[in-house]
Design a protein around this ligand. Structure first.
Ligand code: DGL
Length: 279
């Protein structure tokens, strides 16, 4: 039994899409979330930059005594998973790409036409394709980067024409040409536009890594005897720039829960100087 919180992080608010699955299925676990909203998006940055940012955030989570780190970001999982595991050998560090790749390999066959969408860094890393093929090398996979979607989502431009046009700009030809029937949302921001995608491409099957990672968290808790014994607690949400959109997204997620939620603004460079409670 271990009552320490589980640490999650992402470049911004995308990783929040993992949280409702955790809350529902693991109600006794406390969460510390960090969104690097001041420096998002990561997906078009150099791998060395993504690594530096990820190290800073993971150090912050470890200083806050987390029992596990969940990389709720495909871009970081694709580029820095091994570095983060090396840096924090004392606790499990979970990436988001393996669980979803495993689901793809279990549920698809060679007749399926699988599409992966993600940030430039994720697609360039080829991590999803390599992982899925390591489970089943007969699967048919195409992939494409959609770099403008994350900044729009961070701005809260979701249910409207600009978002639909942007999705169509990236996906119309990709889906049509590759005859995609299964689409992996290889960026944790994309579940926030899942409805748009389903409306624009009806009939396509969606695989959501933000949901798939839940099973890995459960397995890791069980294997390490790390489950919490407490039944309630406080969740903490930190951001490097506590934007209105970030706070309203969290409020939306927690609308129907009885948990206490605490928000804080964190300047990673200055964090030794303390935390400023923002909201
Ligand atoms: N949500 C992220 C991901 O899953 C990051 C996107 C970004 O910052 O570009 O890749």
């Amino acid at each position: 039994m271990d009552n320490r919180p589980i640490g999650f992080f992402d470049s911004g608010l995308g990783g929040l899409t993992c949280i409702p699955y955790m809350m529902k299925s693991l109600p006794g676990e406390r969460i510390i979330y960090f969104g690097d909203t001041a420096r998002t998006p990561y997906g078009s940055k150099a791998v060395s930059t993504i690594r530096t940012f990820s190290m800073e955030i993971s150090d912050f989570l470890v200083e806050n005594d987390v029992k596990m780190i969940v990389i709720a970001c495909n871009t970081v999982s694709a580029t820095c998973l091994h570095d983060l595991r090396e840096r924090h050998p004392g606790i499990p560090v979970l990436g988001i790409i393996s669980p979803a790749s495993h689901t793809v390999s279990r549920t698809c066959d060679p007749d399926n036409r699988i599409g992966i969408i993600g940030t430039r860094a994720t697609i360039k890393s080829d991590s999803y394709r390599r992982k899925i093929l390591s489970y089943n090398k007969r699967l048919d996979i195409a992939q494409t980067a959609c770099p403008a979607l994350v900044p729009l989502i961070e701005e809260g431009i979701i249910q409207n024409e600009i978002m639909d046009l942007s999705i169509r700009y990236y996906l119309d030809q990709f889906i049509d040409y590759n005859r995609i029937d299964t689409l992996v949302l290889g960026c944790t921001h994309y579940p926030l536009i899942r409805k748009n995608i389903m409306r624009l491409y009806p009939g396509i099957r969606i695989i959501d890594p933000s949901e798939e990672i839940l099973q890995s968290v459960k397995d890791t808790l069980e294997r390490g005897d790390l489950s919490s014994g407490a039944s309630s607690g406080e969740h903490r949400f930190y951001a490097s720039d506590l934007s209105e959109n970030f706070v309203s997204m969290i409020n939306h997620i927690f609308e129907y829960t009885s948990f206490n939620v605490v928000f804080s603004n964190i300047d990673l460079d200055q964090r030794k100087g303390g935390i400023n409670d923002g909201y």
